[in-house]
Structure formats: structure tokens, C-alpha cells
Design a protein around this ligand. Structure first.
Ligand code: DON
Length: 309
């Protein structure tokens, strides 16, 4: 462990100051609940691969995980069907288009390319093992909980808000179905996908979830093995390529870490073998990434000298 507690504390404070100074952005409003979350909330957390937690600001505020859930369902499905199975059935390339793009599907004959865009995430959900919607949903919730090291729960309020406005995602699921790239009933897949986006996590939870990937698939707080060590590299590769959507290239160029964002305002970055950094702040930039979250996580990573490249 090359970082002392003092080094991490100092980086956390630098990240918090940088994030606080970052202005602009707007809460997501296409999901009505998200528009109502106070925009001033801002939390930052680091969890090391040996299980130490550092946090500041609103790091214990529970917010909607949204797209960050895609990483953990990808992990679950990779456990079930293998690295090649995911590659074959979903793909592993950036789309270069927004996270909910229909054009991206049309351009590739209905192949989603990445498990971290909406189409690929819905296809990934359709591959979750289980003989009923309830069994599949229970497996996803259990997986998020094992990554976080505590029981993660659905927010009925967020879920209701999403389920009553997710028409675009339903259209994507039917397009997948018509192309043969949805592997369950499409409306079941989109229902479960919507639920997986509607669980509540804190920045401290997210950092623990990321630290589990940093630690080769073992949750460093609980000591429980969550996924096969061999699966962490392709998951992190996917995060590096598509985790921040159309801003993934800028992020790789600037910060050089696998990352993932969600429209609830969460941002996660993983330093393999070392630690994970997570932030939460609701206002988003036009690509759908948290303005303060990006600045804060980047500042912590730079302060720690974590660029992988
Ligand atoms: O499917 C959706 O639109 C949302 N439930 C999640 C999207 C999301 O978080 C994209 N991230 N930046």
C-alpha cells in the first residue's frame, strides 16, 4: 500500500475543495425524482483495497445508483456466462454515442456493443440467471449488496418515477428483441433494468463497491469474495472505454482510470490493486456526468498520482 492515511486524507480534501469550486450543471430531469434532489449535496469517499474508508461532505447521503448499477450486473452475468459469453452476446466496444442512443443500435444491426450503455445493460439484465423476474431481481440486489458490504435496497419512490417515464428504454428493449439480442422477455428485462437503477447507495458504498473491483473481486471490508478475480480486468476495461459515455476518451486522456457515472450524480473511479474513489453531486454536464463529481474524483486521483497510463 503506497499511500499513507495522511496522503489519502490530503487528496480527499483537495478533491473536495476542487469539487466545491466547480460550478454549473443541472440535475437530470427526464426522471422526475432526480430533479427534486437538492443540487447542493456533495460527498466524496475513498476506500482502499485493504478496506480503509475515508469520506467527507455528504458521503453518507443515499442517492439513486442509476447507470453505475450496470457495472455490477455486468459482473453478475460474467460470473454466470463467462467473459467470452458477455463478449459474444453483448459486445465490448464504445458506441461513441449517448448512453441511450437508438442510432448506435441501428448502426450495428441491433448489437449493443457495450454492457455499460442502456441497450447493452438491458441485454445484460436479460442474461441474469433465474426462472422468474423475482429470482433475477433478487440476484441483482444480492450482487449490489455483496459489492457494497451491506444490504442495498430499492427506493420505491425512484422506481415509480422511472417506471412511469421509461418509454425510451422500453423502445430500446423491443429493438433488441427484434434483432435477437434480448435474451429474455424484453419488458421483463427493462422492468428489472429500471429497478436496478433505482436502488439507493451512498458515496461511501460506491467507493466500497469500486474497492471490491480494485481488490481483485474480494470486498475488502467484509473479506467476502464477490466475483472471480479473472473477471475484474474486462469489467475495468469496459469502464475505461465506456464508463463516462461520450466523455470516456476525455476522462482517459485526463485522468487515466476506469470510471463509471450515473444520472443520479454518482461518479466512481477504480485504481486497480489500490483503491476506489467515489463522489456524489446531482448537477450533470450535457454528457450526463456529475460536474462536481468529475472534478473531485479527478483531483483526488491526480493528487495521489494514480494515472494508469
Ligand atoms: O436508463 C436510464 O436512463 C437511467 N435509469 C440511467 C441512465 C444513467 O444513469 C446514465 N448515466 N449517466
Amino acid at each position: 500500500m503506497p499511500f499513507t492515511r495522511d496522503t489519502i486524507e490530503k487528496a480527499l480534501q483537495a478533491g473536495y475543495a476542487a469539487g466545491t469550486a466547480a460550478k454549473g450543471g443541472k440535475n437530470a430531469d427526464y426522471i422526475p425524482f432526480l430533479a427534486s434532489v437538492p443540487s447542493g449535496l456533495f460527498g466524496l469517499a475513498v476506500v482502499t483495497a485493504d478496506g480503509q474508508l475515508f469520506k467527507t461532505g455528504d458521503a453518507d447521503f443515499a442517492f439513486a445508483i442509476e447507470s453505475i448499477s450496470k457495472v455490477f450486473t455486468l459482473a453478475l452475468v460474467m460470473e454466470a456466462i463467462g467473459i467470452d459469453g458477455v463478449h459474444d452476446k453483448v459486445g465490448a466496444d464504445p458506441t461513441g454515442l449517448p448512453f441511450n442512443s437508438v442510432i448506435a443500435l441501428e448502426l450495428h444491426r441491433g448489437r449493443p456493443l457495450s454492457p455499460l450503455v442502456n441497450a447493452g445493460a438491458i441485454a445484460t439484465v436479460s442474461l441474469v440467471p433465474g426462472d422468474s423476474a423475482d429470482a433475477r431481481w433478487a440476484a441483482i440486489l444480492d450482487c449490489q449488496s455483496r459489492f457494497a458490504g451491506r444490504g442495498i435496497a430499492l427506493s420505491d419512490e425512484v422506481n415509480r418515477s422511472e417506471q412511469t417515464t421509461n418509454f425510451h428504454n422500453r423502445a430500446i428493449a423491443w429493438l433488441l428483441c427484434s434483432a435477437g439480442t434480448c435474451y429474455s422477455d424484453p419488458m421483463m428485462a427493462v422492468d428489472i433494468y429500471t429497478r436496478q437503477c433505482s436502488t439507493l447507495v451512498t458515496a461511501a458504498d460506491l467507493a466500497t463497491m469500486g474497492a471490491t473491483l480494485a481488490a481483485g473481486g474480494v470486498n475488502p471490508v467484509t473479506g467476502q469474495r464477490v466475483i472471480d478475480a479473472r473477471n475484474t480486468a474486462p469489467i475495468l476495461a469496459e469502464m475505461a472505454m465506456e464508463g463516462l459515455y461520450t466523455a470516456s476518451g476525455d476522462w482517459a486522456y485526463d485522468v487515466g482510470l476506469p470510471g463509471k457515472s450515473g444520472v443520479g450524480g454518482g461518479v466512481l473511479a477504480v485504481v486497480p490493486g489500490e483503491l476506489a474513489i467515489a463522489a456524489f453531486s446531482p448537477p450533470l454536464n450535457p454528457a450526463g456526468n456529475s460536474v462536481r463529481g468529475l472534478v473531485a474524483v479527478a483531483a483526488v486521483a491526480k493528487e495521489l498520482g494514480c494515472n494508469l497510463f
